[in-house]
Each structure stands twice: as structure tokens, then as C-alpha cells.
Design a protein around this ligand. Structure first.
Ligand code: EPU
Length: 421
């Protein structure tokens, strides 16, 4: 068990590079199972969540070769139908493996997936989708078995927009027979990026990145070729580093990012008084002299990402006035504000989806623990502006999504250490 020790108050300056997107990496690993040939995934972040999914596919008998910033995956055959219980409990995205496994082998056994404690995370839309493809599902003692002699293309309308649900059904449909139409699909940039690459490998997907995606299935024995896929930059890292720049800069240049993927966030950042300059793959952020309180509501892409709500809430503790933050997607994502309050912020929870932040407030260092990934990185940022020392435990949660974050922050001048207990 290790923890972070942070001495706050240092002005940060310099450059920081954004890694490949965690949530693209997880789905690319799953999609690689559609092919018997080798997929090379570049710009691959080696973080706890991606390490877990690689372990899960290795357990299925799939060959995995880790390189520097890239991974090779070759699923000549899938030798097992069941996913490891402990790994499944650690990673919600493990459900995405069910799609290609079902499509390739016709059988899947797995436990209800776990993951971040950010609210209820049901899997009803996944199970409904698999059933529409013709799968039979049996529940027994907290785990379920699915079987399907073959997958038949289906028309699936998602009653609620689901990112991983859209990706899982899109991947499964590639090896189904006949056409699948996904309606009210998620539009996150990771989805068209994956569809483009799958199309290069022989899939027939149109409309990814819009609410209606059509997939012409090539059947279980159809061929998806191998190839090299470069992951898009992590838009949540991009936004998180932008807030870092606003509250701790100096001047921070964020490299290898795509500002277009965080447009709604940048519009709000600007409204709050943060000055930045953007180029195609770069953002330069200046430390804000005075911040304005603004109201923000999260939304599915292209709206303001729920994953950027925690750091934005922190930003608002430094702004003058009262700001209403509404997380419309998850009902447990604002609980971390209690921890910020122990550090000196003045945040009132109105209901599980809404808080009011009154600022500006000075934060002071504390011994705290990271409740989940995005709240965890927010507490790191809070520690960097707090007076005196902050100790953050349960940093596995932060390592799930940010590669060696302390080393990257130290390069900007931050005083942060990982201490092994
Ligand atoms: N939902 C259902 N039933 C389902 C599936 C989802 O009711 O079968 C609900 C969820 O409870 C939630 C809403 O639908 O209220 C949207 O959830 P979604 O399925 O879109 O979330 P997800 O795919 O599980 C991904 C990211 C999250 C990110 C959300 C929203 C991955 C692996 N995870 O989750 O990322 O917050 O989309 O954009 O892609 C993170 O990276 O920290 C993270 C939590």
C-alpha cells in the first residue's frame, strides 16, 4: 500500500504530455478479440485499469506482448468462456469483453462487474442488447451465463445513452449475421475512433459518432484483419491538466491533446475566467488571477463530461461567488465534496446530483483517502493548492487512470511523493 504526500502552494510551470485515452484503450483491447490476427495498439497507457483488462484477456488464452507505450494482442483462439471473478469485480469495463467472447465462441460466464463507486452501475442495457442478438441468459449466485449458437443482427434502442453499452453492442455486431442498428447511441470520440479502425480491418460500420450506428455483420467466421491502431489522447487528462494550470500555474503547456474533444469544458473554463491558447494538439493555460463562479451541468458527449466534474468543482472553490454543479449522469459523483470540505471548502450538497460551491476558500492540507478515480485526481490537485501537507491514501484509485502521475507533476515543479508503507 502506498500513499501520496503533497506539499501545496508551489507554482507550476512547463510542459506535460497527455497519454492515450484509458477509455479507448479498454475498448480497443476488447475489440482486438474479434480478430485472429495481431492488433498493435499504440499510445497505450499502462495504468491499473488497462493492466487488469490485459490480464483478463491473457486468462482467456490470448497472446499479449507489452512494449513501451504499445501492446500487441493476438486472439488466435479464445480458450475459455469465463472471466476471472476478482478481475471482473475490479473493473466495470470488463463487461465489454462479453461482446467479442459471445460473438467468437457463443458462450460467456461472468460475475456482475465492479468498478468506481460513483453511483449505481447497472448492466440491464447490456443484457437486453445481448438478448436482442439472440443470446439466452441465466443468472445464478451473482453470476450469469450467456449462450448463443450465433448472433443475429438486431435493432437496439438504448433507453438511456450508454458509452460502454454502445461500444459493446457495436463490437458484438461486427461478427453477427445481418444488420444491426443502434439508436440513441453514445457519441463519445472514442467510439468513431474505434469504428474507423475496425472498418480498416474489415468491419462495416457507419454512423459512429452520431446517435444512429449501423453495422453490417460479417458473421462468426468472417475475417477481421490485424493492424496498428493509435489511441486518441485522453480527453479527461487534458481537462484535468487544464484545471491544474488554472489553479497552480504559472504557465503550463499541455501537449499531445485534442482540444476539440473538450470543447464544452473549454467554453466553461473560459467563462470562469481562465486564459488559454489552443493549437491543433496543444493547450497553453495560464494560472488564473481571479475566477468567476459559474453553473455547470454535465451531459453526454459533446456536452460537459461527467469525468471532468470533480476537478471543475475544485476550480469553483477558488472562484468568487456561488456556483451550482449538476452531475446529471451518476448519483454518487459528488460525495467527494465532503472530503474537500474537510480541507476548507464550502460546498453544500443539495441532492445526490447537485452541489452549491461557495468561494473563494483557502484549502489546507489533510490526511484523506481517494474514493474513486476522478475524485482522487481532484484531491491531488486540491493538495497542490492547499496550505501545508496533504496525505492521500487509497491511491490505487488514481493509478487506475493516470500513469505515474507524481513523476509527471514533479516535472512541472510540484512537491509530491509516492511513499510505500
Ligand atoms: N446505465 C444503466 N444501465 C446500463 C448501463 C448504464 O442504467 O446497462 C446508466 C449508468 O448507471 C449511468 C448512465 O447509464 O447513469 C451512463 O452510463 P454509461 O454506460 O455511459 O457509463 P459507462 O460506459 O459505464 C463510461 C466511462 C466512464 C464515464 C461514463 C460517462 C468507460 C470504461 N467508462 O462509463 O468513465 O464516466 O462513460 O461518460 O468508458 C472514468 O473514466 O473515470 C469513468 C467512470
Amino acid at each position: 500500500m502506498s500513499y501520496f504526500e503533497i506539499i501545496g502552494g508551489k507554482k507550476l510551470n512547463g510542459e506535460i504530455e497527455v497519454r492515450g485515452a484509458k477509455n479507448a484503450a479498454l475498448k480497443a483491447v476488447a475489440a482486438a478479440l474479434l480478430s485472429r490476427e495481431k492488433w498493435t495498439i499504440t499510445n497505450f497507457p499502462f495504468i491499473e485499469d488497462t493492466n487488469r483488462i490485459l490480464e483478463m484477456v491473457e486468462n482467456l488464452g490470448v497472446k499479449v506482448a507489452r512494449g513501451s507505450n504499445q501492446v500487441e494482442i493476438q486472439a488466435k483462439s479464445i480458450q475459455k468462456n469465463s472471466l476471472d471473478k476478482n478481475l471482473t469485480k475490479k473493473l466495470r469495463a470488463s463487461i465489454i469483453l462479453a461482446g467479442p467472447m459471445l460473438a467468437r465462441t457463443g458462450k460467456v460466464e461472468m460475475y456482475h462487474p465492479g468498478g468506481c463507486v460513483i453511483g449505481r452501475r447497472p448492466i440491464d442495457m447490456f443484457l437486453d442488447g445481448f438478448q436482442k442478438f439472440g443470446a439466452k441468459i441465466k443468472w445464478q449466485d451473482g453470476h450469469f451465463r450467456m449462450s448463443a449458437a450465433k448472433l443475429a443482427g438486431a435493432k437496439i434502442f438504448f433507453p438511456k445513452i450508454t458509452v460502454t453499452g454502445t461500444e459493446t453492442m457495436m463490437i458484438a455486431a461486427v461478427l453477427a449475421e445481418g444488420e444491426t442498428i443502434l439508436e440513441n447511441a453514445a457519441m463519445e470520440p472514442e467510439i468513431p475512433a474505434l469504428a474507423d479502425f475496425l472498418n480498416k480491418c474489415g468491419a462495416k460500420i457507419t454512423g459512429a459518432g452520431t446517435p444512429i450506428i449501423r453495422i453490417k455483420g460479417i458473421g462468426r467466421n468472417g475475417k477481421i484483419r490485424g493492424g496498428k491502431m493509435e489511441l486518441i489522447p485522453d480527453r479527461i487528462e487534458t481537462g484535468t491538466f487544464a484545471i491544474l494550470g488554472a489553479i497552480c500555474g504559472g504557465k503550463i503547456k499541455i501537449k499531445k491533446c485534442n482540444p476539440n474533444h473538450v470543447r464544452a469544458f473549454l467554453v466553461n473554463l473560459s467563462k470562469a475566467g481562465v486564459k488559454f491558447e489552443e493549437k491543433k494538439n496543444e493547450l497553453v493555460i495560464w494560472g488564473a488571477k481571479s475566477l468567476k463562479a459559474i453553473n455547470v451541468s454535465t451531459h453526454e458527449y459533446p456536452g460537459f463530461a461527467t469525468d471532468l466534474q470533480p476537478p471543475f468543482t475544485l476550480l469553483m472553490t477558488q472562484a468568487k461567488g456561488s456556483s451550482l454543479i449538476h452531475d446529471s449522469i451518476f448519483d454518487g459523483r459528488l460525495i467527494f465534496t465532503d472530503i474537500l470540505n474537510t480541507m476548507g471548502s464550502r460546498i453544500t450538497m443539495n441532492d445526490p446530483h447537485r452541489v452549491t460551491v461557495n468561494g473563494p476558500t483557502d484549502l489546507h492540507g489533510k490526511k484523506i483517502a481517494s474514493p474513486d478515480l476522478r475524485a482522487g485526481i481532484t484531491l491531488v490537485l486540491a493538495g497542490l493548492i492547499a496550505k501545508r501537507k496533504t496525505k492521500i491514501e487509497n491511491i490505487y484509485q488514481i493509478d487506475r487512470g493516470y500513469e505515474r502521475i507524481e513523476e509527471r507533476l514533479r516535472k512541472l515543479g510540484a512537491e509530491i511523493k509516492r511513499i510505500q508503507k
